[in-house]
Design a protein. Structure first.
Ligand SMILES: Nc1ncnc2c1ncn2[C@@H]1O[C@H](COP(=O)(O)OP(=O)(O)OP(=O)(O)O)[C@@H](O)[C@H]1O
Length: 345
């Protein structure tokens, strides 16, 4: 659906050139929710703005629905952009217009007649749950409600793709959850492909099928959300994942525990696979795992759990127990003193 190949973009900064994107390639499938995560300055905004050519890359191709947007005339590009909606952190609403007009005005500018404009505004305000707010002005709305208006405005053009530029970054945690639920609903019920950028791992965790991690204008890791959560490779990815699972065990306690046995992290999917497997090994090998920390979190399609466990006793038996856990699809990783600085992931 979206195919970025070898995108580069350099800005002229005051202190010399800034290589915001360096040979970035990315592919988003139809119907997918794809997240790009990175710290400030990683190049996320530049990347997402390249998808609808708000930013023109210096090199590379931007294919949307098999059409290379960099090769289109102004008119053709305007038409192609009709398939790509966008929402922003700052909502970008017209302050002096009502909720209704914020959606209706851009639609009227496309030449749509009054009846159809009315029908669309009402349909999409209903989808975002704001049918009671037609006559309100943006100043009378909460942040979450303003983002809902912005989403309804984007949807009113009936795009196949929605780009989300940090849409939940200005919102409190509860409102963020509600907006993420709305994005999931839009994806599932309207079949809209979503490409989002964020610096918050919980956004990736809750709704993304796949994720790319960006740093210094490059994609440093990419994959299914599930795989990135269970086996992050790059130090930055590990940091993002551990921001959600900060099972910080104080260093001196960890050092003492390591003297009397082994401390491991067990990662598992689904509600059933982790604890029963642990109960099974303790029974079979007559060992007593001591659970030090644990968490369970909901990914888009399944739950993901982690337990930090101390295994005491005969090392040979413990190794056999850990092997059995692995055979039961539980991922086993040793916890070292170094891990405790950033949290166990
Ligand atoms: N128009 C511009 N002119 C000059 N430099 C720019 C411009 N736009 C972005 N940059 C620089 O390019 C780099 C990448 O910026 P970008 O906004 O894409 O990163 P980001 O990951 O989205 O970060 P943030 O979340 O802080 O916006 C940064 O060093 C930024 O200062």
């Amino acid at each position: 659906m979206i195919e970025l190949v070898g995108i580069s973009k350099t800005f002229n900064g005051k202190q010399g050139p800034i290589h915001a994107l360096k040979d970035v390639s990315l592919s988003v499938k139809k119907g997918e929710i794809y997240g790009v995560i990175g710290y400030s300055g990683a190049g996320k905004s530049t990347l997402i703005r390249c998808v609808n050519l708000l930013e023109k890359p210096d090199q590379g191709s931007v294919k949307v629905k098999d059409e290379d947007l960099t090769k289109l005339s102004t008119n053709q590009l305007r038409k192609a952009r009709g398939d790509i909606g966008m929402i922003f952190q700052g909502f970008n609403l017209l302050k002096t217009a009502t909720v209704y007009d914020n959606i209706a005005i851009p639609l009227k500018l496309t030449g749509l007649d009054k009846e159809n404009v009315k029908e669309r505004v009402e349909r999409y305000l209903k989808i975002v749950g704001l049918e009671q707010k037609h006559n309100a002005y943006p100043a009378e709305l909460s942040g979450g409600q303003k983002q809902r208006v912005a989403i309804a405005r984007a949807l009113s053009f009936e795009p196949e793709i929605l780009l989300s530029d940090e849409a939940t970054s200005a919102l409190d945690p509860d409102t963020t959850e509600a907006i993420l639920d709305l994005l999931l609903k839009i994806n599932k019920e309207l079949g809209i492909t979503i490409l989002l950028i964020t610096h918050e791992m919980n956004v990736i965790q809750r709704i993304c099928d796949r994720v790319a991690v960006m740093e210094n204008g490059e994609i440093i890791e990419e994959g299914k959300t599930k795989d990135i959560f269970t086996a992050p490779q790059h130090a930055t990815t590990k940091k993002f994942v551990s921001s959600l699972f900060s099972h910080n065990i104080p260093e001196d306690i960890l050092a003492n525990l390591n003297k009397t046995g082994q401390v491991v992290t067990l990662s598992f999917f689904g509600e059933t696979s982790g604890e029963p497997a642990l109960a099974k090994v303790s029974k079979e090998f007559d060992i007593y795992p001591n659970i030090l920390a644990g968490s369970i979190t909901q990914l888009k399609d399944e739950s993901f759990g982690q337990l930090v466990v101390h295994f005491q006793g005969d090392q040979e038996i413990v190794q056999k127990a850990l092997q059995l856990l692995e055979n039961n699809n539980v991922k086993v990783e040793g916890v070292t003193l170094d891990d405790s600085h950033t949290g166990v992931y």
